[in-house]
Design a protein around this ligand. Structure first.
Ligand SMILES: Nc1ncnc2c1ncn2[C@@H]1O[C@H](COP(=O)(O)OP(=O)(O)OP(=O)(O)O)[C@@H](O)[C@H]1O
Length: 271
């Protein structure tokens, strides 16, 4: 059995229009945090939805030796946790109750003492790790946008799937929480294994915390590999149509610096 994630010739489209053509992801080992980046409309959400089995796709998706494409959706969703861009609905449930529902769905057979204890431990560990203690007993419809995004993420993480697919999980978060959340996901992967693909627009966050990067554009993969290796001025030009570079700040951290947009550059228009 090959551990980790392998994607082979994955093609996805909507109503006959191909969005991603033959995407390959060679052996991503357990413990990896992979940033999926690229311009608006490049297909980041489409890729994550296709890997989750929520949109029809051709090709193979191997997770720890099993081709997910051959599984029925409920079986697939036991192994895959998908966080959409949309925030959780504002309902009158408490945040803790929402976490309880999510954890119960992943550990069926509730009522037995052993399972109840495992569910409680999972929730308590996660709430502590992400620093969500202050939210646990608040109603979801009284949370701010960022707080609801944190809750949505926690609902996916508490299920402890082997493959996490997070679509812009930090878009509503402030600077501190963006770092804290991605660092929290990293720590989780290090401690319990699993793989996370995270769609991000913030390239600096990706450079700082992700092991590898998948750059989408023009209907397929423009580049993939360790962030520091692939982020060249040529790639920034090709993917985003900007003049930019990766610089090291005084603390040693790498950062993308954009000088200006290239108006006459042949970057794909919004499709
Ligand atoms: N349900 C759908 N039906 C038809 N076309 C769709 C659908 N969802 C997305 N698309 C199209 O597929 C392409 C890729 O969209 P997708 O949302 O995957 O891009 P993205 O890289 O996540 O973009 P963004 O950065 O703007 O969120 C776009 O051209 C979009 O218009």
């Amino acid at each position: 059995m090959t551990a980790g994630l392998i994607v082979e010739h994955l093609s996805v489209g909507y109503r006959g229009r191909t969005v991603l053509q033959s995407v390959d992801l060679p052996a991503v080992p357990s413990g990896s945090l992979v940033a999926v980046v690229g311009p608006n409309g490049a297909g980041k959400s489409t890729l994550l939805r296709a890997l989750a089995g929520l949109v029809a796709a051709q090709g193979q998706v191997w997770l720890d030796g099993t081709d997910l494409q051959q599984l029925r959706l409920p079986e697939r969703l036991q192994r895959v946790g998908y966080l959409p861009q949309a925030l959780p609905q504002p309902t009158s449930l408490l945040a803790y109750e929402a976490l309880l529902c999510a954890a119960r769905a992943a550990l069926p057979g509730s009522g037995r003492r052993q399972i109840e204890t495992r569910i409680e431990t999972r929730i308590e560990t996660l709430v502590e790790r992400l620093g969500l203690g202050a939210l646990a007993l608040r109603r979801i419809d009284e949370l701010s946008g960022g707080q609801r995004q944190l809750l949505g993420l926690a609902q996916v993480l508490v299920r402890e799937p082997a493959l996490l697919l997070l679509d812009e999980p930090t878009s509503a978060l402030d600077l501190r929480w963006q770092l804290r959340v991605l660092q929290g996901v990293r720590d989780l992967l290090s401690s319990r294994g699993g793989i996370c693909l995270v769609a991000l627009h913030d390239l600096n966050l990706a450079l700082r915390l992700c092991d590898r990067m998948l750059v989408l554009g023009h209907g397929g993969v423009l580049a993939q590999g360790p962030p520091a290796d692939i982020f060249t001025p040529a790639l920034l030009r090709r993917a985003y149509g900007v003049q930019g570079r990766v610089e090291r700040c005084s603390q040693g951290q790498q950062m993308v610096v954009v000088d200006h947009t290239l108006d006459d550059f042949d970057v794909a228009d919004l499709r």
